[in-house]
Design a binder for this molecule. Structure first.
Ligand SMILES: [Zn+2]
Length: 258
């Protein structure tokens, strides 16, 4: 299922923390526990404000907060903690009479969530070594988008390892004939998926992962969300098609009850 992009905001109003999916169970969403949000102002900030009242501007506001959250699925009840700081943003405020004005609002910036909610539900059929990389990517989402896509690229490498795609091949031509050559990820994907629909999907993931790994330019959220959707689709195609085909076969062989 494509990712619900509007749920994955790093800036959020104080009274409306996002209902992210539970990291433990399949159906739950995480909700703030009663009085679970605690936000404190550092002393060096309040001291400075008191000493320099004429120079203080509300955009200097600084707080560190933590939020205790729990999965709303009664039988699960997983505990999740969020932490972050605050940011002053410009917002439109509606005025009586149907007009609006620009105003400043303090919002929470989420810096980390643990355990990390999944950007997509990872099927039980996905091998552990692939899953480990995905879990690291889900943690990185809040901190470093480039590191996040880089982990998704490593998940692709682990997928190829799991599928028995070699890392080296014997050179048969040129001066180095007879020697082993370390295959690039590009070559490994070509050798695994030649002629398959997954080839372009995997090469796309490799490319965006490279941008993240080499830090040539910052990777944008839109690219990350696209990568997440593509990877989820590829993993389903590779690891769940047997289950899906078995179900389809069962449906096909059903006969009307006489
Ligand atoms: Zn749960």
């Amino acid at each position: 299922m494509p990712i619900q992009r509007q749920t994955w905001q790093r800036l959020t109003p104080r009274n409306d923390l996002p209902g992210l999916p539970c990291p433990h169970c399949a159906n739950g969403k995480i909700k703030l526990v009663k009085n679970g949000l605690v936000s404190l102002e550092p002393k060096h900030v309040s001291d400075w404000r008191e000493k320099n009242p004429d120079e203080w501007d509300f955009v200097f506001a600084t707080e560190r907060w933590s939020a205790s959250m729990r999965c709303d699925e009664a039988t699960c009840g997983e505990v999740i903690h969020m932490i972050g700081d605050i940011e002053v943003v410009e917002a439109d405020v509606d005025l009586p009479g149907g007009t609006s004005t620009g105003a400043y609002e303090e919002v929470l910036r989420i810096q980390a969530v643990f355990p990390a909610p999944p950007l997509f539900r990872v099927s039980d059929s996905v091998p552990k070594r692939v899953k480990e990389q995905l879990e690291l990517a889900f943690r990185m989402y809040w901190t470093d988008v480039s590191a996040c896509v880089s982990r998704l690229r490593t998940a692709v490498e682990r997928l190829l390892d799991d599928q028995g795609v070699p890392k080296e091949r014997l050179l048969t031509k040129g001066k180095k004939a007879g020697k082993m050559h370390r295959m690039s990820l590009h070559e490994r994907i070509d050798s695994f998926a030649s002629g398959s629909a997954h080839k372009d999907q995997l090469q796309g993931l490799r490319n965006i992962g490279n941008l993240g790994t080499h830090g040539i330019e910052d990777v944008e959220d839109a690219d990350l969300f696209d990568a997440v959707d593509v990877l989820e689709f590829v993993l389903t195609g590779i690891y769940d098609s047997k289950t899906i085909n078995a179900k389809a076969g069962k449906l096909k062989s059903k006969k009307p009850k006489s």
